[in-house]
Ligand binder design. Structure first.
Ligand code: SF4
Length: 420
């Protein structure tokens, strides 16, 4: 069974609009009457979120999907998501300690007719078939449904090791009995390798991966997307805002000069920098959907407005995003853990530590970061302050000052005074 360490919950703290940086609404969603519910166009203007093919599965999904941060009191957001055509909903057993799935269940209890409109995805943090079965049954119970459209193994970092023949047999059995329609995995770490290995397996229907303006231009990510596309795998992009992981930049309260300049530029063009980041991802037609945490109506509308805005980014818009990505690369961990961790003999999970830092610094969830850190084995934790990170720094493609960042996070937050 795989470790359940960092998969257990989600961002209940993402309740305030500014925190995930989606930005202000610059273009509203046209209102929807009952009569227009079934139409996608009104007066030549698209009013519902367009759908895209989910790989070669024969299924189409809304190009914007609702990420799992809502709880039972957020029924209005679910309702408006349906009205807007945001009909791909993503959750996981651990999001909000199961409360996000319960919130979806509450919605389906109230609006059972909407179940068939929704492409419902959930995840389990194990690759043990017995545990998968148990977790799937619990998810179905919480969501008050008899099936899910996409079931994924959560947070895969080694596809060869985790997607075993046993898992394949289990997935095929569940598909045959109609409990799941499609099977796949999510990946935040070693994503490109996992995607390529997933494409080679031949039985993966969907992959959800970190993918954004920082990663999408890199050769290894281009190759991974291309291979998944050829294999007919439906791709869902997440972490599309590319929040800072390292502590020298913070998106809360103190925007960097680069961010301010970029925001000025895009505001003059009619959309926020955060909307531009979404549009950059959608420009790759191989991406079926962007999964976004949308904890309130403001963010829901801002993201929907970006999806409905048909204007393509200009070459100079893309150039600005690229320049910004380059100027701030040392603040973003790209999740290519094998590169840096192999350089230090896999003694410290650098990528995981940076993920903790991202939740603390960019999402403001200090408590979550601390709880994940405490799940690391004591032996691993004790190695953190004693490790020389210089070899890892030499190979890091993002040029992150790994030792400095880890020292700062560790001393200022985790265990003051222990670094040697
Ligand atoms: S620290 Fe650098 S090499 Fe390691 S995962 Fe992050 S970006 Fe990749």
């Amino acid at each position: 069974m795989r470790k359940m360490d960092m998969r257990k919950s989600r961002r209940s703290f993402l309740k305030t609009a500014g925190m995930i940086g989606t930005g202000a609404l610059l273009a509203g969603i046209p209102g929807r009457s009952e009569a227009s519910e079934k139409k996608n166009m009104e007066g030549g203007i698209e009013t519902r979120i367009p759908a895209r093919p989910f790989g070669k599965t024969g299924v189409s999904v809304s190009m914007l999907s609702l990420g799992g941060v809502l709880d039972v009191s957020d029924q209005i957001v679910f309702r408006q998501a349906v009205n807007m055509g945001i009909t791909y909903w993503d959750t996981a057993e651990g999001y909000q300690w199961g409360n996000n799935e319960k919130a979806i269940g509450k919605y389906f209890e109230r609006f059972p007719e909407d179940r068939e409109k929704i492409f419902l995805a959930t995840k389990s943090g194990t690759s043990n078939p017995t545990m998968l079965m148990e977790n799937l049954n619990q998810s179905l119970e919480r969501m008050k449904t008899s099936y899910v459209d996409l079931f994924m193994i959560h947070h895969v970092s080694d596809a060869k090791e985790e997607l075993t023949g046993e898992v394949r047999l289990w997935a095929e059995k569940m598909k045959a009995n109609g409990t799941i329609r499609l099977f796949g995995f999510s990946t935040h770490k070693n994503m490109e390798t996992c995607m390529i290995e997933g494409a080679q397996l031949g039985w993966i229907d969907g992959i959800m991966m970190s993918y954004n303006y920082r990663l999408m231009g890199q050769d290894r990510m281009k190759k991974a997307v291309e291979q998944c596309e050829k294999a007919g795998i439906g791709l869902t992009a997440m972490k599309t805002q590319a929040a800072f992981t390292a502590g020298f930049y913070s998106t809360i309260g103190s925007e960097s000069d680069e961010a301010l300049r970029m925001t000025d530029r895009f505001m003059k063009k009619g959309y926020t920098a955060e909307q531009a980041k979404l549009k950059a991802v959608w420009e790759n037609k191989a991406i079926a959907s962007i999964c976004s945490a949308m904890p309130n109506m403001t963010i829901l509308q801002a993201n929907a407005a970006a999806a409905l805005n048909q204007n393509e980014l200009s070459l100079s818009d893309k150039h600005i995003l690229n320049v910004y990505a380059q100027q701030t690369s040392s603040g973003y961990c790209a999740g290519c853990a094998r590169i840096c961790e192999s350089a230090i003999g896999f003694s410290v999970p650098i990528s995981d530590l940076f993920r903790h830092a991202m939740y603390k610094n960019s999402y403001g969830d200090r408590e979550r970061a601390m709880s994940w850190f405490q799940l690391l084995p004591e032996e691993t934790r004790s190695r953190i302050p004693r490790t020389d990170y210089s070899k890892a720094e030499m190979v890091c493609p993002q040029k992150i000052e790994i030792g400095k960042v880890i020292r700062k996070e560790y001393e200022a937050f985790i265990r003051p005074g222990e670094f040697v």
